[in-house]
Design a protein around this ligand. Structure first.
Ligand SMILES: Cc1cc2nc3c(=O)[nH]c(=O)nc-3n(C[C@H](O)[C@H](O)[C@H](O)COP(=O)(O)O)c2cc1C
Ligand SMILES: CCCCC(=O)C(=O)O
Length: 364
């Protein structure tokens, strides 16, 4: 790092980074980070659903030997707040994901590295002092995809998070209005040399989706194939229904991420937190569930765990913090969330994560 990064005075809550990031990012980059698909209704619902949930306080508990530690797939984590996979940290600072992973290490937070990172997965792993998982987008070229998996294994990633809810770059009007253009797949650091002839474009009068593009998109058979080529734990990210959760389990996957992709793929999907209980009921403890979408406060983390998540992922808050204060910002925003979460645990009578259950939610 060649520059020093400082936390601006007055930043005391995760959301305090957002207006400052907006000033520092280009309008195109801000549109990419902040935006969702179409009218951004699911983006709003992710927040509103958390805001509607009330907590039930408990007093005078005994917190001896309490803590936030957990184990996922045999890997220890200090707390259940991980960095969600997000493409293009280089839009925030030139050091991109290298700065992010340093910040994640400072806050002892696990990080999920995106297929579409601006540094290679190997470069990020070399800079890491914290557990890393790799988020995989199954590419049209399955041989290339298998190579990515092999590279993630060799670089020491602890799990594969296969994102299954975005087979197509969806219609993000805010990005379009701001003039943001995503790079071509082969321009991404991890995907140099990738070739694909399949692009989701349609001339007037042509079909966008049903003219061959989906011939090479991932299907359930690809999950069975992935299962057969790696011993890494596999999570599917973007599961929103009990049926798909069940199907994932029958395909031998090890974990599920309940997510509407931060409202970036299909608008008017319900909030992730709203569907979490039905997925948790179906899964019934057979595999761990993680969730993301709209986590902005420690109380949101508590609510997600109360509804059956083992851990949560946070997206935009750390991207904004990265833009404002580099690795220091990332560490700080995660630390704020962890501190808020611990306070919420104590004030609802929870000594460890195992104590967090439906009882912490105020009913009626
Ligand atoms: C700028 C940005 C880029 C993202 N890129 C990816 C990605 O490459 N892969 C992926 O699985 N999810 C991606 N996501 C979705 C996040 O992993 C996560 O689901 C979402 O941001 C959670 O919602 P939140 O931002 O409200 O916390 C991205 C999200 C944002 C905001
Ligand atoms: C197909 C989407 C690519 C990156 C991404 O996941 C996002 O911007 O949300």
């Amino acid at each position: 790092m060649t520059r020093s990064f400082e936390i601006p005075p007055g930043v005391v809550a995760p959301d305090d980074y957002e207006p400052l990031a907006r000033e520092r990012l280009t309008p195109e980059a801000y549109a990419y980070y902040a935006g969702g698909v179409a009218d951004e209704i699911s983006v709003r619902w992710n927040r509103e659903a958390f805001e509607r949930l009330k907590l039930r306080p408990r007093v005078l508990g005994d917190f001896t030997d309490g803590g936030t530690g957990l184990t996922l797939f045999g890997q220890p984590f200090e707390h259940p707040i991980l960095l969600a996979p997000a493409a293009h940290h280089g839009l925030a600072v030139p050091e991109g994901e290298i700065a992010t992973v340093v910040g994640a290490g400072g806050a002892k937070a696990g990080m999920i590295v995106s297929t579409e990172s601006d540094f290679t997965l190997e470069e990020i792993a070399r800079a890491a002092r914290t557990p890393l998982w790799f988020q995989l987008y199954i590419q049209h070229d399955r041989g290339f995809t298998a190579d990515l998996v092999r590279r993630a294994e060799e670089a020491g990633y602890g799990a594969l998070v296969v994102t299954v809810d975005a087979p197509v770059y969806s219609l993000r009007n805010r990005e379009q209005r701001a003039g943001y253009r995503p790079p071509k797949l082969s321009e991404h650091a991890n995907m140099r040399g990738l070739h694909t002839n399949y692009v989701a474009e349609a001339a007037l009068g042509e079909s966008l989706m049903f003219r061959g593009y989906l011939d090479v998109a991932a299907r359930w058979a690809d999950i069975a194939w992935l299962r057969s080529i790696t011993r890494l734990p596999i999570l599917l990210k973007g599961i929103m229904t009990p049926e798909d959760a069940e199907r994932a389990i029958t395909h031998g996957i090890d974990g599920i991420v309940v997510s509407n992709h931060g409202g970036r793929v299909l608008d008017t999907l319900p909030a992730s937190i709203e569907v979490l209980p039905s997925v948790a009921q179906q899964v019934a403890g057979r595999v761990p569930i993680l969730m993301d979408g709209g986590i902005r406060r420690g109380t949101d983390v508590l609510k997600a765990l109360a509804f059956g998540a083992s851990a949560v992922l946070v997206g935009r808050p750390y991207l904004y913090a990265l833009a404002v204060a580099g690795p220091a910002g990332v560490a700080h925003v995660l630390h704020l969330l962890r501190c808020e979460f611990e306070v919420a645990m104590v004030l609802t009578g929870c000594r460890t994560l195992a104590d967090i259950g439906p009882d912490v939610i105020w009913r009626g």
